[in-house]
Design a protein around this ligand. Structure first.
Ligand code: ISE
Length: 339
């Protein structure tokens, strides 16, 4: 692929994230342009394509991927549609940025892992965008420096103001806590070995049939303990915090967004309303890094192994959530391609 030419991207799925990525590729990212958008909703795809210069609308991912003017694929369709799109892209040796989750379960993630191994080189980056957030990057740097010693515990809070009507209790684990699974593996450089989900008395704001909030405990390979409060309907805004407790100090992120205003005898600030705003910079950096690496013929971000490992932890988490017991995570041996 010529590094001179702009990367021609097909965006598969034009819901909230897909449409936001089209806007980002159009207005923010350099070195790329959107030449195809795909959605089963033909009208929605067409209106997005009409607003994007040189862009064609499709309803079938495979047809868009076969087009002459497509070099790479950004998958932002719902999780259950990812496997087919990923296998199609890999069969054509096309570079992919796939929104999380890689796939909804470990068995399908393994099939993608096998397809990429058969290809013999890495082609897929998974959209774990928190790895590109400025605060998370600072936390990672501090932990990696080593001056604070080993990380013994991580405390994390993940609060959403409300979830869409179709959001299920299981999705608290595999759509929301999946981010903390990846962050934990990335920050500590360890696999998660067991998951236990606890449920306090639910909030009156929790929808019928959903116990919300929940408290999730991870155990890791080297014996760290990691807790995650997931609150899907906290009502007041979107907040993500993390605190690492190390042998010689602690590091906390997630408190400092926007200005702190002192006036009228009070001080205060604003809570971001949603993840699109809170992680906007991280999404921008993630997509720019993917475009740059792809134009160099490389994959530099989280890959299929990370997507598979998170899917395996999700599976254990959902079982623990259902049965109220500690569940061990089962992983296949890490293939050479991902070491
Ligand atoms: C959503 O799908 C995301 O990925 C957000 O980052 C997360 O905070 C939210 O809980 C999920 O539903």
């Amino acid at each position: 692929m010529s590094s001179q030419r702009a990367l021609r991207v097909a965006v598969v799925g034009t819901g909230t994230m897909g449409a936001d990525h089209v806007r980002r590729l159009r207005n923010v990212i350099s070195g790329a342009r959107v030449t195809a958008v795909v959605d089963i909703d033909a009208e929605r795809a067409k209106s997005l394509a009409d607003a994007t210069e040189g862009c064609t609308a499709y309803t079938e991912p495979a047809v868009a991927m076969a087009a002459q003017d497509v070099d790479a694929v950004l998958i932002a369709s719902p999780g259950p549609a990812h496997e087919a799109a990923l296998l199609e892209a890999l069969s054509r040796d096309l570079p992919v940025l796939c929104e999380k989750p890689l796939t909804p379960d470990a068995a399908s993630a393994l099939r993608v892992l096998e397809a990429e191994q058969k290809l013999g080189h890495r082609r897929v980056q998974v959209g774990f965008m928190r790895r590109y957030d400025a605060e998370y990057l600072k936390l990672k740097r501090l932990l990696d420096e080593g001056k604070l010693g080993r990380t013994l515990m991580l405390h994390q809070q993940h609060r959403n103001p409300a979830m869409p009507a179709w959001f299920t209790e299981e999705m608290l684990i595999n759509d929301s806590v999946v981010h903390e699974m990846d962050v934990t593996r990335w920050l500590l450089g360890q696999e998660i070995t067991a998951v236990t989900v606890h449920k306090p008395a639910p909030s009156a704001q929790a929808p019928a049939g959903m116990s919300d909030p929940q408290f999730v405990l991870f155990e890791t390979g080297a014996g760290a303990l990691v807790d995650v409060e997931i609150f899907g309907h906290c009502g007041y805004g979107y907040e993500v915090h993390a605190e690492a407790v190390c042998e010689h100090g602690t590091v906390r992120i997630g408190d400092e967004h926007g200005p702190r205003v002192s006036a009228d005898g009070r001080w205060g600030g604003r809570v971001t309303p949603d993840y699109i705003e809170r992680f906007q910079d991280a999404y921008d950096r993630e997509v720019q890094a993917w475009v740059d690496a792809t134009r160099r013929g490389e994959v530099t971000g989280p890959g299929v192994w990370d997507g598979y490992a998170a899917a395996a932890v999700c599976e254990a988490g959902v079982l623990s959530q259902r049965e109220g017991r500690r569940v061990e995570v089962e992983l296949v041996e890490r293939p050479a391609l991902y070491r």
